[in-house]
Design a protein. Structure first.
Length: 255
């Protein structure tokens, strides 16, 4: 028994040494607040815990009445974490976003229980927006695909870019709508597929609107959307229409 305890203690000490050595060579800090030696501290984990809620979506005629479940508000902690994940190489944070996405999807399916029940109910498929070519080249991975994989949610990608589009983060509200309009197309006939749209952030709703248009025109039934976070529209109209690059925080809204 003593020998077994000794082996367990030695293994624990070895793991501690490896962790300490890794921290020394590759310093880590909390992606939400900067606290040292942790990927995400317990406080920030609680801050980004999913709080699913139905949010208004003022899209175009074909999408205005779609239910959208947001997993929470787009606050400073979420902004720092999503930036670290998508643009600073902290891909391990996908594990921290996965429970948030899973809870949002579960909330949507519970609210819309009729989608997955009954003899005539079609299997629900989850669709995320395709990244721009520039973002794929820069990041080397698809952020939502990685999060969904950790959440054990299978994404379907029937959409592709129909033309070049700019990074949404550098545009104002009206420019975002113009930038996304008719920028996506389906790869083929979607034959009545039942679809829930997945995205990381809803600000103006232009991405959800364009995805909905492309999917419906290809024959899909879009049931609604789930987003990791939504941004409250609290800014003055003059700032919303500003075509210059937004200030720190809003640049992380792109996919």
């Amino acid at each position: 028994m003593a020998r077994h305890d000794s082996r367990v203690t030695s293994k624990f000490n070895l793991r501690s040494l490896v962790r300490d050595a890794r921290t020394f060579v590759f310093p880590m800090e909390c992606a939400g607040c900067g606290r040292p030696d942790v990927r995400v501290c317990s406080v920030c984990v609680e801050v980004v815990r999913a709080r699913p809620q139905l949010v208004p979506f003022a899209g175009a005629d074909w999408s205005a009445l779609l239910p959208v479940i947001s997993c929470g508000e787009y606050d400073e902690t979420f902004a720092r974490m999503i930036h670290a994940f998508k643009d600073a190489g902290r891909t391990g944070l996908a594990r921290d976003f996965a429970p948030r996405l899973l809870e949002g999807v579960s909330e949507f399916l519970e609210r819309e229980a009729g989608l997955t029940s009954g003899a005539d109910a079609a299997p629900v498929r989850f669709v995320a927006p395709p990244s721009t070519r520039a973002n794929r080249r820069t990041r080397g991975f698809e952020p939502l695909t990685l999060i969904a994989r950790h959440a054990r949610i299978t994404l379907w990608q029937p959409l592709e870019s129909a033309r070049r589009r700019e990074d949404q983060a550098a545009l104002g509200v009206s420019a975002r709508a113009d930038n996304m309009r008719y920028s996506l197309r389906a790869r083929g006939d979607l034959g009545g597929a039942s679809v829930i749209v997945i995205d990381d952030l809803m600000t103006t709703g232009s991405t959800l609107t364009e995805m909905t248009r492309a999917l419906i025109e290809a024959g899909a039934h879009v049931r609604g959307a789930v987003v990791l976070a939504h941004a409250e529209r609290r800014w003055p109209q003059a700032r919303l229409d500003d075509r210059r690059a937004p200030t720190t925080g809003s640049r992380h809204a792109r996919l």
